[in-house]
Structure formats: C-alpha cells, structure tokens
Design a binder for this molecule. Structure first.
Ligand SMILES: Nc1ncnc2c1ncn2[C@@H]1O[C@H](COP(=O)(O)OP(=O)(O)O)[C@@H](O)[C@H]1O
Ligand SMILES: [Mg+2]
Length: 294
C-alpha cells in the first residue's frame, strides 16, 4: 500500500474528535546549527514511540533537512498542495515508526510566487489532517524573520534550543526578548543541547533565566538538557535518527525525557502553567498567514 492510501485509511478509521486534543510545538533557536532539526526529529520519534500519532512539519524553507535526517528523498512538499487534485494525504510522507512528515519545500521563492489564493488552498487542505494527529512538531529556521515569528505565535509552545556557547546563549536571549515583546504570554521552554555535563546545562539555563528575569521580567521554563554525544553526528552521517540507531546513547535518553515532559508525564516547575491550546484550525490559519506573507 502506498503512503497516501495508508494515511487515507488511517483518516477514515479515525472518526473520534482526535484533532481536538492535537498539540503543537515549534523547535526554534536564535543561532543556527545548534541542533534544532535533530531535536525536532528525535523528539517527534520519541512521541511516536509513546503511541502518539506525530507529524513533523519542516518549515525551514530553503534549508529543509528533516528528510535528510530521516534518510528519505525530498518527495512532495507543502507547495504541491496548490495543485488541483493534490490532497493533504498526498504530501504527507511516512518515516520510521510510521511517523508522518511534511516538507516545507526547499525554495522560498516558490512560496513567494504563489498567489494569496493558492496559499489559502494549500492550508485549507491541511485542515483535513486534524483528525489523524496527536502531536505536530514544527522544525523552524533560526532567527527572527517576520514569517518565522508569525509561525512561532501559531503554536501552543516554543522549544528554544541553545548550546552553552556564549554566542548561542546571546542569540537565545535576543529571541526571547522579541517573542516576549510580541506576546507576553508566550510559552517558551528552553532546551540546552550539547552540554558536556548536566550541571553545565543547568548553569546555562539559569543564566538565561537570570537575564530574562532582570531585563524582561519574564521567566522561561526548562524543557530539558541534551548531552554532547558522538552518537548524534554518527546518526546524521548514516541518515538514521539517533533515537533509533543508538537508543541507549546519552542523547537518546535525554530526548526521551524531553518527550515525557512534553506529554506531561514528568514534573515541571510548579510555577509553570499548562500551555494554552490553540488547536489545529488556529494553527493552520496562522501558519498560512506566516508563509503567505513569504
Ligand atoms: N547533542 C549533540 N551532540 C553532538 N553533536 C550534536 C548534538 N546536537 C547536534 N549536534 C551536531 O550539530 C549538527 C547540527 O544540528 P542540526 O540539528 O542540523 O542543527 P540546526 O537544525 O539547528 O541547524 C548536527 O549535524 C550534529 O553533528
Ligand atoms: Mg535545521
């Protein structure tokens, strides 16, 4: 059975209001190259392993590489939805463990060339996926373009990835500053990636909390720590996510803990309230706005 018909079958069998409980999280960073795509792909797979139907949406248009990490070809992209007769299920690809993913496409100019109506057609079709999914993990580009800010405002929560490097930390702070100015109730949770020890990770997080509290009166939450681990680089070379190729590695253990926290199965700081829920429709609507502006 091809992937599209497999998904259509899943959609047909799912009559309950699953989309109502669909949760969305975006993985982002201030500085590039800090591990966003690896976090997005492996956390999504850890959610899938816990019986959540999970979709990875690759919106790093121009540098899309979720497909590379999953060891898959480029295939169809969100852009193809603009074509008549192409359904949402046709652009959803199936990866390891049956995870779903959609490529945002590799050429930003292609999006800009679409008319506003064509963009609307794409996103109207995406609405059809609502009933098939429990989680959507959005991989984003680094930095502060207007379209990525819109995108970040469209999800329930933001996982902001940084490393302990001062430059990454400074860029993470800059990102928090802009996000909080735009929406003071933004739910931002920090992932410190590539820390050599957990105490280095905790110190990095605390530094970010201190400066955010002092200058922004905002306290970001912690999502977790991922240790520096050669298994990550090896997995990237083999194009198999480390959660699957090295399930006992330190990085995989860290990622599973993050997935458990996301699912709410782990204690979070008492001050943290649950993320506000925006739902699939609002998410798609805002995403359309984000990408429609180009
Ligand atoms: N925890 C880690 N341990 C070791 N290397 C890592 C780790 N996280 C990321 N890397 C390295 O950083 C590179 C960039 O990661 P990637 O997820 O593509 O970053 P981004 O999406 O932020 O640009 C990876 O190819 C990998 O070699
Ligand atoms: Mg990336």
């Amino acid at each position: 059975m091809d992937q599209a018909s497999e998904l259509r079958k899943r959609m047909a069998h799912r009559s309950g209001p699953r989309g109502v409980s669909l949760k969305t999280a975006a993985v982002t960073s201030g500085k590039g190259g800090v591990g966003k795509s690896n976090v997005a792909v492996n956390v999504a797979l850890a959610l899938q392993q816990e019986h959540n139907n999970t979709l990875i949406l690759d919106t790093d248009v121009g540098f899309a590489n979720v497909n590379v990490l999953l060891g898959s070809g480029a295939g169809r992209t969100l852009l193809d939805l603009a074509q008549p007769g192409v359904l949402a299920s046709d652009v959803v690809q199936t990866g390891p463990l049956g995870i779903s993913w959609i490529s945002g496409g590799t050429a930003l100019p292609d999006w800009i060339q679409l008319s506003r109506d064509q963009v609307k057609v794409c996103f109207d079709k995406l609405m059809d996926l609502e009933s098939t999914l429990d989680w959507v993990i959005v991989d984003t580009g680094a930095g502060l373009s207007e379209s990525s800010l819109h995108l970040l405002e469209s999800v329930d929560q933001i996982l902001l990835v940084t490393t302990p490097e001062p430059t990454a930390l400074a860029d993470a702070y800059a990102m928090i500053k802009v996000l909080v100015r735009r929406s003071p109730s933004a739910r931002i949770r920090i992932v410190v990636n590539r820390c050599r020890t957990f105490s280095e990770g905790i110190q990095t997080f605390q530094r970010l909390v201190e400066v955010s509290k002092t200058f922004l009166s905002f306290e970001p939450g912690v999502m977790g720590y991922i240790l520096e681990d050669p298994a990550v680089g090896r997995a990237v070379f083999r194009q198999t996510p480390f959660l699957l190729s090295a399930p006992d590695s330190r990085a995989a253990q860290c990622v599973r803990q993050i997935a458990r926290r996301l699912m709410g199965g782990e204690e979070v700081a008492p001050a943290e309230s649950p993320p506000s829920r925006r739902g699939w429709r609002e998410f798609i609507w805002k995403l359309q706005h984000a990408l429609g502006r180009g």
